[in-house]
Write a protein that binds this ligand. Structure first.
Ligand code: AMX
Length: 435
């Protein structure tokens, strides 16, 4: 069977041709109106990006290359000992639009393991970080440092033809994804354990190896959880902060290491990826204040108190989604199957019954339903990975799959440097009030 790079090499010219035709046929057509409110409002609703890997429907949720999360769970190849999809297969799907064979996915697992070593100066850099430095900051630092070995940056310096950019981009993307378990695992071991990092096993899948480095691979259910986790956090179309940052920074022809470390800095914000940490912190605080098995009434009061003190309810709301996030539902399914009686899961379920009603009554948020981050922490807690400040690092490992898939295409399709137009408020007044 073909390797991923071989298949991609066939697809690139086809896709280039397709885009040329789309632009020729539809290039002058409008995707919608841009209002002053949109310009002030975080560009919400402006359709101004092309993103091939996934599209987010407000009601239905994400589809990866046209496949829902449930379809991916069913169709993507599994490990011999597992039922959840292997994220390697999702990467293949995101890059090519095709469901790979089990053999092709196994080849990717082996390739990731073979490329996984990180330079010793990056190990030293991570080891020198104080344990008080947030794991996401350490993660971003280390990814920036991996830039040292960027194929793309080197090729650019030697004056490679721009038609070949994507080939180097591809190598960097594969290197970066492969090295993330060693980076993320080392941070975890340093900050929370004894600093000893076990080796990657060349014949095991990516999620198993990440679980191993973290110290949880003896638990098959945890490995399964990681397979699901890494699959569903990978991509959420192009406008979210981490995806858009990767695109934006990469468009300056900064290499994938620089683009992805910038994305991690955005993922580290509490309104984006850090929400998974914040959810657990918020629930623990709730337990401290109102006890382990609170009544619905006291939970409701706690949620109201959060809102009244001018804070967000973490894990709820979304800029695009208007229904329960299918990534939430997939994790809830997992919990119902593997930890139905866990007390923390019961609290998460109780919140699911109560928070949307409160947010609706509060009347501000456009979407009262839970997002992916409302559920991920409770699963990790159950298996003993209790250090919530670490959770966004796992989100980051997964997000690499989606954003780097697209970055390869950005260069293959010759997307230009991003440079939207801005106005000042003074100019807005002048434009619409005259004078
Ligand atoms: N709790 C309280 N208020 C909320 C809220 C929540 N969960 N979600 C939205 N709101 C408020 C907004 O702060 C805003 O208030 P304002 O009018 O006073 O400025 C108002 O409702 C309207 O916001 P919106 O249009 O519904 O949302 P948005 O597109 O501006 O923001 C998001 C989306 C996710 C940032 C927001 O819902 C939020 O802050 N949620 C909590 C944090 C969170 O879970 N983030 C993770 C999202 C998923 C991810 O990226 N990983």
């Amino acid at each position: 069977p073909k390797t991923l790079k071989e298949r991609l090499s066939e697809l690139v010219p086809e896709k280039q041709e397709e885009i040329k035709n789309i632009k020729k046929e539809h290039g002058a057509k409008s995707l919608g109106n841009v209002t002053v409110d949109m310009a002030y409002g975080g560009m919400r609703g402006i359709k101004g990006l092309i993103w091939e890997g996934s599209v987010l429907d407000p009601d239905e949720g994400i589809r990866f290359r046209g496949y829902t999360i449930n379809e991916c769970r069913e169709l993507l190849p599994k490990a011999d000992d597992g039922e959840e999809p292997l994220p390697e297969g999702l990467l293949w799907l995101l890059i090519t639009g095709e469901i790979p064979s089990k053999e092709q996915v196994q080849a990717l697992s082996a390739e990731f393991a073979a490329r996984s070593a990180i330079p010793s100066f990056v190990e030293d850099l991570i080891d020198r970080c104080p344990n008080t430095l947030h794991p996401m900051s350490q993660f971003s630092l280390a990814v920036t440092a991996l830039q040292h070995d960027s194929n793309f940056a080197k090729a650019y310096q030697t004056g490679v033809n721009k038609n070949e950019y994507w080939l180097y981009l591809y190598e960097d993307a594969m290197d970066l994804i492969s090295k993330l378990p060693n980076v993320a695992g080392r941070i975890y071991r340093n900050v929370y354990k004894d600093g000893k990092v076990p080796p990657i096993e060349p014949d095991r899948d990516y999620s198993y190896n990440l679980a191993k480095i973290l110290g949880y691979s003896d638990n098959k259910e945890f490995v399964e959880l990681l397979r699901l986790y890494l699959t569903i956090h990978s991509d959420h179309e192009g406008g979210n902060v981490s995806a858009h940052t990767t695109r934006l920074v990469g468009s300056a022809l900064s290499d994938p290491f620089l683009a992805f470390s910038a994305a991690l800095n955005g993922l580290a914000g509490p309104l984006h990826g850090l929400a998974n940490q914040e959810v657990v912190r918020w629930i623990f605080h709730m337990k401290d204040v109102i006890g382990e098995s609170p009544s619905d009434e006291t939970v409701k009061e706690y949620v109201w108190n959060t809102l009244k003190s001018g804070k967000v309810v973490p894990g709820y709301g979304h800029a695009v989604l208007r229904k329960t996030d299918p990534r939430y539902t997939a994790q809830r399914d997992f919990a119902l199957k593997h930890l139905p009686n866990d007390p923390l899961f019961k609290l998460v379920s109780q919140l699911y019954n109560i928070v949307p009603g409160v947010l609706l009554e509060h009347g501000r948020t456009k979407n009262p339903w839970p997002n992916v981050d409302a559920h991920s922490g409770v699963l990790l807690q159950y298996y003993g990975l209790v250090e919530q400040n670490y959770y966004t690092v796992l989100f980051g490992v997964s997000r690499s799959l989606g954003v780097l898939s697209q970055l390869i295409w950005d260069r293959a399709l010759g997307f230009p440097i991003e440079r939207p137009k801005s106005y000042s408020s003074a100019l807005i007044r002048k434009m619409f009030e005259g004078q």
